[in-house]
Design a protein around this ligand. Structure first.
Ligand SMILES: [Zn+2]
Length: 454
């Protein structure tokens, strides 16, 4: 029996599908204005593994992961980089898909783009206005959260807590401070679509409600995403979908993965403490990154460092040594399956993998075979041992100890920023030069300092 921690009930529950011959799952995908970082990659890998398990257990699974290609962060980029929406999003989506492939993620069954579903969103908003769940105010259409008594149930927050949190935007055109935007007007220089309320663009939340309904129907089994989406994004999705569809549920199970931290602070683009997947792929294999992301339980925070990836690589290499050049022949290991079915308990899966590896090294052909047979459900260990060691590292030089780590780079950037505040420009320049000598380029901008490899 598959067990899932359901954010909605805050409990581990037995998974009871709506229709056990066809499982339906929706996961929120990227907002495509920039390359993804390792924090963004975690839900991609976690839910890919979960969907692999579902596919093993059930005859049919439909997995939808959307692409948000209309958003204010995207609009900011269009203006600052002077490019068209299509050029920016096509390029970012292309980079995103390359990263997904490197991480051994299988394609979702549908990967809908928000801009191709504007009419579905307009239809849903019209319905919400007609039934008085939403109202028009100063060119905006807003959802009135007081019309949905269960609002706050997913995130377990009271209205006051939501308002005092910084994520609720206070605006004079709202009836309640927590009301959220379904549609907003677009000035001429940013993307917009004709609507009954003038030229404008959808709010982020309505995008997922419209796309999940189109591809999975009014009620489906599982909705997933990062823990940072619980509020307000998923809370709002539930409110508007259930009111528009007049339904008792949007998804029966809500799954959320924990954050990836760097130096124990959540990695995020706004904090500028992120490491992009494409940067990491210069030094590590995608499979190593995937292995690292699955080592911890998906709901626990995960601390990232260069060292943690080096350790993951060593650990994965030791498994590869045990499977030699076997091919899949038979079912995955039962204990691995049981642990995956237990709310994706990957730490236990990893201990079992290493136990099997030890047995294999002592001469157990059966253990080696079970290890190999479990590879397709995990999405790693799928190569032959020869292939893995042939291309063990893309750049072997980066393994040497004199190579600077990401933590050290971030530390020096901070030191340089402090030096500048104290007007010690000599020290600031010295730090920049020393990083430059080690192949790290700093780029100062209005929000701070970015860095990249030369
Ligand atoms: Zn979403």
């Amino acid at each position: 029996m598959l067990k899932i921690y359901n954010t909605l009930s805050k409990k581990i529950e037995d998974f009871i599908p709506i229709n056990k011959s066809h499982i339906k799952i929706y996961v929120c995908g990227p907002t495509v204005y920039d390359k993804i970082h390792i924090g963004n990659a975690r839900p991609l890998v976690v839910f890919d593994t979960f969907v692999r398990l579902l596919r093993y257990k059930y005859p049919k699974v439909t997995y939808v992961r959307n692409i948000t290609d209309v958003d204010d962060k995207i609009n900011d980029r269009l203006i600052s980089e002077k490019i068209t929406l299509k050029d920016l999003t096509d390029k970012t989506i292309n980079d995103f898909q390359k990263d997904c492939t490197s991480l051994n993620n299988l394609y979702p069954d549908y990967e809908p783009r928000a801009t191709q579903h504007i009419s579905e969103m307009i239809e849903m908003i019209e319905n919400l206005i007609l039934n008085e769940f939403a109202y028009l105010s100063k060119g905006h259409v807003l959802f009135n959260i007081k019309k949905f008594p269960e609002y706050g149930n997913l995130s377990n927050r009271t209205l006051d807590e939501m308002i005092s949190g910084s994520r609720v935007e206070i605006a004079d055109y709202k009836i309640n401070p927590g009301d959220f935007v379904l549609w907003k007007p677009s000035e001429q220089n940013i993307p917009g679509w004709e609507s009954p309320w003038g030229r404008g663009r959808p709010g982020w939340h309505i995008e997922c409600s419209a796309m999940s309904k189109k591809y999975l129907g009014v009620e489906f089994d599982i909705h997933g995403g990062g823990a940072d989406l619980i509020f307000p994004h998923h809370e709002n999705e539930i409110a508007q979908s259930r009111c528009a569809n007049n339904s008792d549920s949007l998804a029966n199970y809500w799954m959320h993965n924990g954050y990836v931290n760097i130096n124990n602070v959540k990695m995020s683009k706004s904090l500028k403490n992120f490491v992009s997947i494409s940067e990491l792929l210069n030094r590590f294999k995608g499979e190593t990154i995937r292995y690292f992301l699955l080592q911890s339980h998906y709901r626990a925070p995960l601390n990232f460092s260069d060292n943690s990836l080096l350790e993951a690589n060593t650990s994965l290499s030791s498994l590869y040594r045990s499977i030699e050049n076997l091919s899949i022949n038979g079912d995955p290991d039962k204990e691995i399956l049981t642990n995956l079915e237990d709310d994706l308990n990957t730490p236990k899966v990893f201990s079992r993998l290493h136990f099997l590896s030890e047995q294999a090294n002592k001469g157990s052909v059966e253990a080696a075979q079970l290890l190999k047979n479990s590879s397709s459900i995990l999405g790693f260990l799928e190569k032959t041992s020869d292939d893995w060691f042939k291309r063990s590292f893309i750049n072997e030089n980066n393994l040497s100890n004199d190579k600077i780590t990401i933590n050290q780079i971030l530390g020096l950037i901070e030191k340089r920023a402090n030096a500048k505040i104290k007007k010690d420009f000599e020290l600031a320049d010295k730090i920049r030069k020393s990083l430059d000598d080690q192949g790290i380029v700093l780029e100062d901008n209005a929000e701070g300092t970015d860095w990249r490899y030369k």
